[in-house]
Every structure is written in C-alpha cells, then in structure tokens.
Design a protein around this ligand. Structure first.
Ligand SMILES: Nc1ncnc2c1ncn2[C@@H]1O[C@H](COP(=O)(O)OP(=O)(O)O)[C@@H](O)[C@H]1O
Ligand SMILES: C=C(OP(=O)(O)O)C(=O)O
Ligand SMILES: [K+]
Ligand SMILES: [Mg+2]
Length: 604
C-alpha cells in the first residue's frame, strides 16, 4: 500500500521489532574493575562471500550464537550492503542500527588484513591514514587491504587520507617507538640530522628555521615582512626560538623551557615530564600566548603534502583531511586541483579545525569544505584546553546547520592505548560528542598503536547506541530548527521534502526512510535532520556509497536503479526482504532526488 503526499495512513499501532541492543552501559565496568561483559556483536564469518554483484560461492554469515545466519548464495545479487549492518538488521531490527559513524586511524597495531577485518566487523566505517607517519608504500598496502575487504566481505569502509601539514614536529626518534622525558632533564632539539645513532636526549626537528633568527621563504606566506637581502625576491620573518620560550609537545603532553641556543641546537629543560612520540607536534608559547608567526608563515599544504595528495588521487581515497586549515582559500585551491584530475573530483575534502585561524574563519572554511574535523589534539595546543569543549560544540553546530558532516577526533579514549577499559571521563566525553549529534567519532592512537583497538571501537559503538536510544526515548528533537541552506529552487524543494519526510518519520514512527540518490545530496539532507529511524540510502555508484558512510544515520546501499520510482521500490523491497533486512508490513517513507516526492507505504 503506498501513499504519495495525501495520507490516509490506516490506523494501526506500530509494533516495532524488539531491539536487542548490546548489554546496557551500566553493565560496562570501568578501569578499576575488569571488563565484566564482553560486548557481543554480530560476528560474521563470511568465509569467502564475494561482492554481491559477482556470482556468489558458498559461505556462511554467522550470528553471535554461531548459527549460520544466511548462506551467501541466498544473498541476492544487485545490491551491496555491508555484512555487519545486514546481520544487525536481521538480528535486532531497524532501531538497533547505530547512527554515529566510527573512524579508526590505522597504524602498526591494525594494518594487517585480519586486524582491519576485525575493525570492520566491529563497526569501522572509515579508515584514516595519517600521512605524518609511515611510508607511501605502507599506506598503499593498507588501502589495498581495505579495498579487498570491501570487495570480499561486502563492507563499504571508506578511506580518509590525512595530510601531514607543515607544522613543526619532532623527527621519528630514530625508529624508537617513544622516549621518556623526565622532570629536570635537559634535552637538545636540533635541526641537525643524524645518520648514525642519535645522541642521548637529542631530538631532531622537522624544519630548518627552527633555531635560526631569520628564515627565508619561497612565497608561501601572505606576510610581506621584507625582501631577503641574501637571495632576492623572498620573504623574511622573525621566527627564532628565544630563551625563555615554552615548548609544548603534542599540545602539552610534555613541556620544556628553552634555556640556551647554540647554533642549530636549542637546549630545553623538561618542566612537565611525559612520553615523547615520533613526529609529535611542537608549539611555542611566549609570555603566555602562542607564538603564531612561526606557523602562520608555513604553507598549509606543504610540498610533501602535494605529493601525498597525488598519491591519494592515484589510490582512489574517498576523503582528504587537510591539517591546520587557516582559511577557505586552501580548500578551494585543493578542490580545484582535485577537480582537474581524473578521479580527483570524487574525493571529499575535510577541513581539520585545529588552529586559532581555523576558528576565526570557521564558517567560510566549512562552507568551502565537504566536511570538518574537530581535531582536538592540536586544537588543544593552540587554544587553552578549557576552551576546547565550547569550540567543539560550535564547530558541530555550524556543520549541522551548513549540512556538512563533522568528525570529533582525538583523545576520546586515550587511556585505552594502554588499558582495556575507559575512564568515566572518557565515556562522558564520547557521550557528549554523540549527544551533540556529530556525524562521526575518530580513534587515533587507540587504534593506530594502542593495545586494545577492538575494545576501544566497542566502547565507541556501545556508547553511541546508548546515547542515540536515550535521545529517541527522550524525544529531544532539534531545539533550534535548521536554517534553510538551499538557494537554487530545485535544491529548496529537495530540502523541504527531506525536512518534511524526517518530521513525518518521527511523527508516524516509521521504521526507516528510504532515499534514492545519485550523488548523495538528498541522503545528506535527510541525515541533517537526524530522524529517529535509520536512513537507507540507495545510490548507484560505489564511490558515493563509501562517501555516504561518513554521514550520521545513513545505511548506504549500492543499487542500480532507474527513473521509475515504483520499480525502484519494488526491486528494493524484494531484495531486502529476501535478505531478511525488512519484512512485510514495515512502514517506510521514500524520497528521491529524481521524482522530488514523498511516499509513505507499508512494505508489501
Ligand atoms: N601510519 C602510522 N605508522 C606508524 N605509527 C603511526 C601511524 N599512524 C599513527 N601512528 C602512531 O599513532 C600515534 C597517534 O596517531 P595520530 O594521532 O594520528 O598521530 P599524531 O600523534 O601525529 O597526531 C602517532 O603519534 C604514532 O605514534
Ligand atoms: C586529528 C588531529 O590531527 P593529527 O592527529 O594529524 O595531529 C588532531 O590534532 O587532533
Ligand atoms: K596529520
Ligand atoms: Mg592535528
């Protein structure tokens, strides 16, 4: 039965399928007690289930109790959906699906195929590659493993490449995993390179101007200080480190006072002990404020970054996250560069908000970008830590209003790098990010080099499910209606349709909203409204499907569809019913960017 626009919905009480969520958070113990309940998640042992499009060989999907849930030959072809979602929907029904997306930074702890598969089965939606670390060959291997995982197991894990940026950071500690700086020790930070062993308590620094009084540049900066007396038309700036400056490592994880300068070496006294990690970020404070000239003179995208970007285009990454964005200019510059290259136009550009300048120019940066990341690690080094929560709330709010996906990143579960359970404060931090309705949460060291990457991912998933359910039960809909953002009339119609469909979905208590969208725009307009029910987003290209995997509440399917909505709906219903993901009688709302209509119907 289908309605379009005029509604005569038969009076019926909606019996939502019982949703058996993961054990309630209350059964989740914290660090001082061992983890009492391991979170059961749908573990899939699809031994060799090829991508549904190809002819399927026999393999099994298992639900947690180990019984074969579905034979892959039953997985009809013609629609791609990730196997975790498929099992979750089969097992717990619509309400069980998590809306908040999960991003894992891939590093030595998780770069193997089995480790990546475990993360994908644990709910990873996006794999992040930090180009600060590792070689391009290393990153290429990870990308290809993720692609193979998607192909063989039906996942849609997207790849996000994160640029190094040109901020000052430490060297790679000569291959050591870390170095411990003790209180009162004198360490030497130097631009000298060391081919043999590095002298004790000596750290190399990533750029030449670190110690010199005058730094000569090649026109990256927009500061016109002077013309270089030595080499003609360049820019000069006074970037020297001074005795008395405070040097912060990774935003204050370790602190030093600059006590002496000898040529390329800067002697520093450790005042706040801690662990030095390879290529950790360095910031400088003088008389209580950040020495900004130093970084303001550096290009946002360094020459290495441009090579990494070419690498990312060649490898077909789905997103490029740009570090230390200061203005919309660099985003527009990068987008025009990508648009001019084959395959580059499909890559989403994520602006990392992690400096004072990016906060100053926040709206213009987000308008120009395809999404934003609250990069709290460096942001917490550039502004006082106590200002970070308010900055996060503002960034999330602006992204919601401008319909751009927003990622909350860094130190969410930092203690789980070493411990199997989180602190209460960390669970509260994750809850707040989910309560703010951010699109995605990101693990950094927890999944890159931590000891418990899967447990950390389980915590993110469990907290997300719990807060999302609380939000639905408390009916805490948007206090502030979202401002209209479309200018073109067709976009305005799409926006109104999606706003109305989301309101209707909540008022009618529908089981799901189905969106048919070629480029993903309609799906993001529904996601922006954060409806109570999951959003099944059907698109006909794999790259759009992966990109939709970053947006709140979207369950992306790849499905070849036509302009005829009736046939699309019938095809979708029969495919999803055959896989036990929906059943006759379920109430859905369907919208599409082809017909610009709203249909309310029961699954036949
Ligand atoms: N590709 C990689 N290869 C090796 N180590 C990595 C990689 N990615 C991340 N790491 C490790 O994980 C830590 C946390 O990752 P992340 O937060 O992304 O980097 P950063 O600390 O530079 O901001 C890094 O400091 C580094 O020690
Ligand atoms: C995500 C961040 O950037 P990176 O890890 O590259 O420093 C951050 O600073 O929080
Ligand atoms: K980075
Ligand atoms: Mg950063």
């Amino acid at each position: 039965m289908s309605h379009s626009i005029q509604f005569s919905t038969p009076s019926r009480t909606l019996h939502l399928p019982p949703t058996r969520l993961h054990p309630p958070l209350s059964s989740f113990s914290f660090r001082q007690f061992p983890l009492t309940s391991t979170f059961k998640h749908t573990s899939l042992r699809a031994s060799s289930s090829p991508s549904p499009d190809s002819s399927s060989s026999s393999s099994l999907l298992h639900s947690p109790n180990g019984t074969p849930a579905v034979k892959s030959e039953e997985r009809s072809s013609g629609i791609d959906v990730d196997t975790v979602t498929e099992a979750e929907l089969k097992e717990n029904g619509f309400r069980s699906t998590r809306r908040t997306k999960l991003i894992c930074t891939i590093g030595p702890a998780t770069c193997g195929f089995e480790q990546l598969e475990a993360l994908a089965e644990g709910g990873m939606n996006v794999a992040r590659l930090n180009m600060c670390h590792g070689t391009r060959d290393w990153h290429r291997d990870v990308i290809r493993s993720v692609r193979r995982l998607n192909e063989e197991k039906g996942f849609a894990v997207a790849i996000m490449m994160d640029t190094e940026g040109s901020e000052i950071h430490m060297g790679d500690l000569g291959g050591e995993a870390s170095a411990k700086a003790e209180d009162g020790e004198v360490w030497t930070f130097t631009v000298r390179a060391f081919d043999a062993s590095r002298p004790e308590r000596t750290i190399s620094v990533s750029y030449d101007g670190f110690a010199e009084g005058i730094l000569c540049f090649c026109c990256f900066c927009n500061y016109q200080v002077d013309v270089c007396m030595r080499c003609g038309y360049h820019f000069l700036c006074d970037v020297d480190v001074r005795v008395g400056d405070e040097l912060l490592v990774d935003g204050g994880m370790v602190r030093f006072d600059v006590i002496e300068k000898i040529g390329p070496d800067v002697k520093c006294l450790c005042t706040d002990p801690g662990l030095l990690l390879p290529r950790a970020n360095l910031t400088f404070w003088r008389d209580g404020s950040l020495v900004r000239e130093r970084n303001a003179m550096l290009p946002t995208i360094s020459s290495k970054d441009w090579l990494d970007i070419d690498f990312g285009i060649a490898e077909g990454v789905d997103f490029i996250a740009v570090s230390f964005v200061k203005s919309a200019e660099v985003i527009n510059h990068l987008k025009s560069y990508l648009a001019a290259r084959p395959g580059g136009g499909d890559i989403g550009v994520i602006a990392k908000i992690e400096s004072i300048d990016s906060l100053t120019n926040l709206e213009e940066i987000i308008l120009a970008s395809d999404g934003a990341m609250v990069a709290r690690g460096d942001l917490g080094a550039q502004i006082p830590l106590e200002q970070v929560p308010a900055a996060q709330q503002r960034i999330v709010k602006v992204c919601r209003e401008l319909n751009k996906p927003v990622i909350v990143a860094s130190q969410l579960l930092e203690s789980m790098i070493e411990y199997p359970t989180p602190t209460r404060a960390e669970v509260a931090d994750v809850s707040e990010a989910v309560r703010q309705r951010s699109d995605a949460l990101m693990l950094s060291g927890e999944s890159a080099m931590g000891q418990f990457p899967d447990k950390a991912l389980t915590v993110l998933r469990s907290v997300s499910l719990r807060i999302e359910r609380w939000w639905r039960e408390e009916k805490r809909y948007e206090a502030t209606p979202l401002q209209a953002i479309s200018s073109a009339s067709s976009d305005k119609i799409s926006e109104e349709i999606c706003n109305s469909a989301s309101k209707m979905a909540n008022n009618l208590g529908v089981d799901a909203v189905f969106v048919y969208t070629k480029n993903g725009h309609m799906a993001s307009l529904v996601s922006r409204c954060r409806p109570d029910c999951p959003i099944f987003a059907f698109t006909n290209t794999t790259s759009v499907r992966r990109r939709l995997n970053l947006q709140w509440g979207l369950i992306p399917f790849r499905l070849s569809f036509s302009e005829d909505m009736e046939s699309n709906l019938n095809k979708t219903f029969s495919l999803l019913k055959s896989r036990g993901m929906i059943k006759s009688g379920d109430l859905v709302i369907a919208v599409s960017d082809m017909l610009q209509s709203i249909q309310v119907m029961n699954v036949p």
